[in-house]
Structure formats: structure tokens, C-alpha cells
Design a binder for this molecule. Structure first.
Ligand code: UGA
Length: 440
């Protein structure tokens, strides 16, 4: 099939390359010339394992090209809308400027019977509004809503082998045609056994924010238990293992620590609350306010714990922060707990040296006053405390004996509960973590 992918950010770049891998002819369109040049040269504009390979393979096959010109979408049968919906400055609601301007720009090029497929995360009700605009301009064109569930770090795998496909379909005759077109786009994935959930626009929009709200709630639930463990002397990692054995609960997304960040979970729960409030339905989502508050408290607790471990003050202390990205295998620093904590420690008078395998350039743009060091040894040299805040595999595997030779004070704070306390203590370190009393 001939596809256009509008918006070549995280979602769009991965989607365009992956769809070309599935055998479709794809044009990726973005207003950012630099991004288009980078992608056309076979380079990923962000760190995502596996993407450069898929991108280069697709470009070499001749099935993938990129352009800044919306007119190049003219011949496509299916147009994927993959633009961002960031949080509005100073409020919780999502900013739909990019969605609206992409649709306005696309409308003049919609051919007979073209299908527009929304993948962006939008407030419920957006699809119905766009559907009207599209059909007014081109009566034979159709809209479907097909939310995306990819995770950064696993984006290509999640696109090619998703847990499920969700089709929010229009009503009437268009329903059957839109479904058939989506089935054709995803034929290879469906053949692998991926379940397809067919529903309406509203449910499809809600599925996406409900999934992210559930994941955020799961993380904040275990972080609330971590707070209780800190007060009572329990161990949240053992608690998570124990409740996670119950298959109805499951162990995944029960890793306590400095909490969730990134460009999706924090923004999506806030936009969901804002939309519910607009609809006069704040009450059913009031728990999300607490989910958000618990998440924020974890960052403060990490700062407090560092102060405690530094003897009551961090003024003049040298603190090494391992990790800047919001999670490992990503160079994304949007709403990163690690960077937030590093900035708070610096504001408290500490000299903070941040290291990260991939995210230092992005981090330096967001927090230019922090000190950055690429090699781990440079970051930890003469440190009074070392904080592990993003669980990259190289930090999980650190050797406490070698690290001990470099630091001023053997103090490690494990913000992700990934190190073995017994091993670190045996090497003479003071080990502290969130959700575990000092002896645990
Ligand atoms: C999330 C969802 O997992 C995807 O399904 C969704 O498609 C995506 O948002 C999106 O809406 O685009 P992502 O933001 O890439 O994906 O990252 P996650 O793996 O969900 O992690 C989010 C945050 O939660 C990270 O900061 C991570 O460190 C934290 N986390 C995760 C925990 O603190 N504990 C856990 O047990 C798991």
C-alpha cells in the first residue's frame, strides 16, 4: 500500500520505517527540514536501539522517503497522523496545535476514498471533530483512530509486534472499508497472531489514556508502598516480588524508585484529568491527582535522602548522578526524574556531576548549569555520594570495589532499586534506596 506518515518525531519516524519494512511504500512528512535531512541520510534523530538498521534497510529498498512537502502525501491511500500533543504551557491540557495544523495541511491533498489514521494521543472527542472536518473537505475520505502503545527503547519491536491493535472505526459504510484498509496495512502483524480490537472513536481514544493511566497508577501504587516501607521498616522490593507472584497483579511495572517520567505518562495523566474536568467528570479521575502527587514526592524524597546521607547538608558536597534519561535505552530527558533531582541537589548547594551513556547532549540543553561527564569514572571522582537514577545496564553492573577507589566517600543511593545491597555493603559502602529501611 502507499502510506504517508505525517510527523516524523519519535512515533512517526519509527512508524514510517517499520511500515516500509512491512513492504509498504511510505513517505514520511515533517515540517522540520533538519529532521527530514537526518532521516533521509539514514540517521535516527534520537537514540532508539534497532531504528537505524530498519531505517537504512527501508531507504535502501526504495520504499521509504522523507519530505517537508505535504503535497508528497497526495498519492497515499492511508495517511498516518503521528504528530505530538505536548502539555500546554502552564496548564494540564494537551496542546492540539500540531494535530489541527497537520489535518489542515493534509486536507487539500486527500484523494478519493483516502483513509486518515490518527495515532497521536488526543483528548477524547478529538477524532469525532476531525472526522467532520475531513468529510466536509473530501466526502469520500474516512478517519480511523488507531492509538500507538510503543515504548521508547523497544519502539521498533513494539511497532512490528504489538500486544494488540486497536481500531477506532467510523460508523456506516466507511466502517467496513476503513477496517479492510487497516487490516491490509497490518496484514503481516495480524498474520503473526496480534489481536485486533475493533471499536468506536471514543473508546479507541480512551484505551490509550486508560492504558497509560493504569501503568502510571501501578508505579505510583508501589511507590506509595515504598513510602510505607520507609516508615515501617519494610522492604518494597520483596513486597513487589511477593504481590507480583499473584498473576492477577503481575510483577511488571512494580519497580519502586524515583518514579515515572518521559514525554508520555506524566503528560497523559494530566491531559486526561484536564479533559475529564472539561466534560464535568473530574470525580472518576480524582485518583490520578494522587498518582501524580506520589510520583512527585518520590523525587523530593530522593533529595532528602541524599541530604541525610551527606550528614544533614549537601552544601559544598560533590554528588555524582548516574543517568540523565527518563529511562534506560533512551536519550529522552523530557520530565526526567534524574535531571529534576540533579537540579534540586545543585539548587541545595551541591556540585552535581551527571553522566549518561546517551542523553548528555539533550540533558545539557535542558539543564545547562549542571556539570556533565561522559566517562563514569570522571563523574564519580572524589564524589561524596553517588546516586543511581536511571538503570542503564552499565550502572547495574558497576563493581563496588573499583568504584570505591575513585570516590571520596563510599555512599551509594540506589534510586531504582537495581543494585544488590549485600554486595555493596560487603565492599564497605553505605547503601540506601527508596522503599527500604537503612538496614535492608
Ligand atoms: C509509555 C507506555 O509504556 C507505552 O505503552 C506508551 O505507548 C508510551 O508511554 C506512549 O504513550 O507513547 P514510555 O514513556 O516509553 O512508554 O516508557 P515506560 O517504559 O512506560 O516508562 C515510563 C516511566 O516509568 C519511566 O520513567 C520508567 O523509569 C518508569 N517506571 C517504569 C518505573 O518507575 N517503574 C516501573 O516499574 C516501570
Amino acid at each position: 500500500m502507499r502510506l504517508s506518515v505525517i510527523g516524523c518525531g519519535y512515533l512517526g519516524a519509527v512508524h514510517a520505517a517499520s511500515m516500509a519494512k512491512l513492504g509498504h511504500e511510505v513517505v514520511g512528512i515533517d515540517i522540520d527540514q533538519n529532521r527530514i535531512d537526518t532521516l533521509s541520510a539514514g540517521q535516527a534523530p534520537f537514540y532508539e536501539p534497532g531504528l537505524p538498521e530498519v531505517l537504512n534497510e527501508a531507504l535502501a529498498s526504495g520504499r521509504l522517503r522523507f519530505s517537508t512537502d505535504m503535497a508528497s502525501a497526495r498519492d497515499a491511500d492511508v495517511h498516518f497522523l503521528c504528530v505530538g500533543t505536548p502539555q500546554k504551557a502552564g496548564e494540564y491540557a494537551a496542546d492540539l496545535t500540531y494535530v489541527d495544523s497537520a489535518i489542515d495541511a493534509l486536507i487539500p491533498y486527500l484523494g478519493e476514498g483516502a483513509l486518515v489514521v490518527g495515532k497521536s494521543t488526543v483528548p477524547v472527542g478529538t477524532a469525532a471533530r476531525l472526522d467532520i472536518a475531513i468529510r466536509e473537505a473530501q466526502p469520500s475520505a474516512m478517519l480511523a483512530w488507531n492509538p500507538e502503545f510503543l515504548r521508547e527503547g523497544f519502539a521498533v519491536k513494539d511497532t512490528l509486534h504489538p500486544d494488540r491493535l486497536v481500531y477506532g472505526l467510523p460508523v456506516g459504510y466507511a466502517h467496513t472499508i476503513a477496517k479492510a484498509m487497516l487490516d491490509e496495512v497490518y496484514a503481516a502483524t495480524i498474520k503473526d497472531g496480534t489481536p485486533v480490537v475493533q471499536t468506536d472513536f471514543v473508546t479507541a481514544e480512551l484505551v490509550k489514556v486508560a492504558a497509560n493511566s493504569f501503568l502510571a497508577t501501578k508505579i505510583s501504587f508501589i511507590n506509595a508502598m515504598a513510602e510505607l516501607c520507609e516508615i515501617t521498616g519494610g522492604d518494597v522490593t520483596q513486597l513487589a516480588d511477593a504481590i507480583g507472584h499473584d498473576k492477577r497483579i503481575g510483577r511488571r511495572f512494580l519497580n519502586a524508585g524515583v518514579g515515572f517520567g518521559g514525554g508520555c505518562l506524566p503528560k497523559d495523566i494530566r491531559a486526561f484529568m484536564a479533559r475529564a474536568a472539561e466534560l464535568g467528570a473530574s470525580e472518576p479521575l480524582s485518583f490520578l491527582r494522587e498518582v501524580d502527587a506520589i510520583n512527585e514526592r518520590r523525587r523530593h524524597r530522593m533529595v532528602e535522602l541524599t541530604i541525610e546521607e551527606c550528614g544533614g547538608s549537601i552544601r559544598g558536597k560533590r554528588i555524582a548522578v548516574l543517568g540523565a534519561a527518563f529511562k534506560p535505552d533512551s536519550d529522552d530527558v523530557r520530565n526526567s526524574p534524574a535531571l529534576d533531582i540533579a537540579a534540586a541537589l545543585q539548587a541545595g548547594g551541591a556540585t552535581v556531576i551527571v553522566t549518561d551513556p546517551q542523553a548528555l547532549d539533550n540533558a545539557a540543553r535542558v539543564q545547562p548549569t549542571l556539570t556533565y561527564a561522559k566517562p563514569i569514572y570522571e563523574a564519580v571522582l572524589n564524589a561524596d555520594a553517588v546516586l543511581l537514577l536511571t538503570e542503564w545496564s552499565e550502572y547495574r553492573e558497576l563493581d563496588p570495589d573499583s568504584l570505591a577507589q575513585l570516590v571520596r566517600n563510599r555512599c551509594i543511593l540506589d534510586g531504582r532499586n537495581v543494585l544488590d545491597p549485600a554486595v555493596w555493603r560487603a565492599a564497605g559502602w553505605s547503601y540506601r534506596a527508596l522503599g527500604r529501611a537503612s538496614a535492608n
